[in-house]
Design a binder for this molecule. Structure first.
Ligand code: N01
Length: 504
């Protein structure tokens, strides 16, 4: 059994951020575990054609690692992944990270006052790690959601999820079906439309797709970002503030976003000539209710003669095609499944077991998905969840939210160290009240009133994934660790003697 002060599960943006924060605050006794073979999480896994960020690059990066070299306003996956790896190198995260190591179980042991983490890896087999603190940085968009469609397992052609792209399969000239029209699909479809023989796009709900102000940065801009002090930060702040304005409409006044409907419809008219197709892809809910998508190439791709938009609903998949509810069968060679992720029901939640022997999945399945400040959960002592409930965003960079959580994490660790505390657990009443306030703020939001269904809601119909309002309010809420919100245990009253640890 290995002993560490902190075990971080996940080496994406949030897990890396946690590792860097630990280092910067003198907590050097940690390990990062990741089942993949590289840093980057979702930016490592999503290699589909056209994968890019729909948040401007200067904002979608760590505030402490600005990158003057971004080649364009909206970076592509490879460039973001390369940036992530540069950051990992700079902060020497490789030496602390065990890749190809799957966490099969993380269980709070009340007697030892520790997390017992079971791992499985190709090289070391099954192992256990004992940690004072568990940081769950597994990411909400890591477990592909496969559609439950009759016959899909029997399909004889190529079939893969957007986040598990099969680069060995050449789709050139093939008949391809794409299921889904979300953020991933609208990036994939234009790339495929240019090379496949024919494409059927199976659309269940037409999304709002607005134009994207994407362009390459000029040599002069690169020079300015590199050489003029504060220029890049100023640009970043401008992008940040512009995006924050949208959050007011999303949370409190959906009607102020109505002009976006006209922009979206104009985007459809610009891209598609056929009135039948135009009608099919015109959304029937208020903009913002589902994630607002950005693309200049999606509608022109749908407008191509070799692309059909199918809205009849899928009845079943046969070995060679897809049958819609009207009885039509369309023969295909390959299916791209762009149906999103298990966000509110991630299998990862089943592996985290709290003080009462219940997994996070069981607790949330019974009580609904909830945490305190999106980070700590009653029943799960000494655990910190990155990108937990009510931290997601529909309008700006998640890296901002991650860094807010990192402030809270750092202040938590410093506070417990200063006060000789060995165990913290958020009080049930505090967590309840916090979530009551979150839900009450959401009552006016477009996600509640916009006339759509979305993965922002859990099975109880509560919006459990999104932060309601301005992100600077979340930054403020997470600035300091609020000890009074927690039940604590000090070293002298711990059930077992403290193990020797250099950093506590
Ligand atoms: O997944 P989605 P995604 N039959 O859940 C449809 C982030 N992201 O991978 O709308 C037929 O958005 C479903 O239909 P409906 C971003 O946060 C970021 O595209 O539910 N269709 C929908 O059209 C995003 O929100 C970037 O009716 C079915 C689609 O599949 C999140 O990832 C880029 C179906 C799923 O869309 C997920 O995006 C890409 C079925 N059985 C992604 N089941 C950035 O740029 C589902 N659908 C940062």
């Amino acid at each position: 059994m290995n002993d560490v002060k902190v075990a971080v599960v996940g080496a994406g943006f949030s897990g890396m951020g946690a590792a860097i924060t630990l280092r910067q605050n003198g907590f050097d006794d940690f390990v990062v575990l990741d089942r993949g073979s590289d840093f980057g999480g979702t930016w490592r896994d999503n290699t589909y054609p056209g994968a890019a960020c729909d948040v401007p690059s200067h904002l979608y990066s760590y505030s402490f690692e600005l990158n003057p070299e971004w080649s364009r306003s909206f970076s592509k996956q490879a460039e973001i992944h390369a940036y992530i790896n540069r950051v990992a190198d700079k902060y020497d995260l490789h030496s602390r990270t065990r890749f190809r190591t799957e966490v099969t179980d993380a269980r709070w042991d009340e007697d030892q006052n520790r997390w017992i983490i079971s791992t499985d890896s190709e090289t070391d087999g099954a192992q256990q790690i004992r940690a004072e603190i568990l940081v769950g940085a597994i990411g909400p968009l890591c477990e592909p959601r496969l559609p439950d469609i009759e016959g899909i397992e029997g399909f004889e052609g190529a079939i893969f999820h957007s986040a598990r792209w099969d680069h060995e399969t050449d789709l050139t000239g093939k008949r391809v079906a794409v299921i889904g029209t979300g953020a991933s699909a609208i990036q994939i479809i234009p790339e495929l439309a240019a090379k496949v023989g024919h494409m059927d796009v199976y659309q269940r709900t037409a999304p709002w797709v607005l134009p994207r102000a994407d362009r390459e940065y000029t040599a002069l801009e690169h020079w300015i970002f590199k050489n003029v002090p504060g220029a890049q930060r100023l640009s970043r702040t401008g992008i940040y503030l512009a995006h924050e304005l949208v959050s007011y409409g999303l949370t409190h006044r959906p009607d102020v976003l109505r002009p976006a409907h006209a922009i979206g419809r104009a985007n459809i008219r610009r891209g598609i000539a056929d009135p039948v197709k135009r009608k099919k892809v015109t959304p029937q809910f208020k903009v913002g209710c589902k994630r607002i998508l950005l693309s200049n190439t999606y509608y022109p791709a749908l407008g191509q003669d070799n692309v059909d938009v199918v809205t009849d609903g899928i009845a079943k998949v046969t070995p060679t095609g897809i049958v819609t509810k009207d009885g039509t069968e369309r023969e295909i060679d390959a299916i791209v499944v762009a149906t999103g992720f298990h966000v509110t029901d991630s299998p990862g939640f089943e592996h985290i077991v709290g003080k009462d022997g219940e997994s996070l999945a069981q607790v949330w399945d019974r009580d609904g998905m909830a945490a305190y400040k999106g980070s700590t959960i009653h029943g799960f002592p000494n655990m910190f969840l990155m990108i937990g409930p009510a931290t997601g965003l529909g309008h700006t960079s998640m890296v901002f939210m991650i860094e807010s959580q990192l402030n809270y994490l750092a202040d938590w660790l410093k506070t417990v160290q200063r006060n000789d505390i060995t165990r913290t657990e958020v009080r049930a009443d505090v967590q309840r009240e916090y979530n009551r306030e979150v839900q009450s703020t959401l009552e006016t939001s477009v996600w509640e009133n916009g006339g759509c269904s979305s993965w922002y809601k859990d099975k109880f119909g509560n919006i459990t994934t999104l932060w309601p309002g301005f992100t600077f309010n979340y930054r403020k809420a997470t600035k300091n660790f609020d000890l009074a919100a927690y039940e604590t245990q000090r070293a002298e009253s711990a059930r077992r003697p403290e193990p020797q640890s250099a950093s506590v």
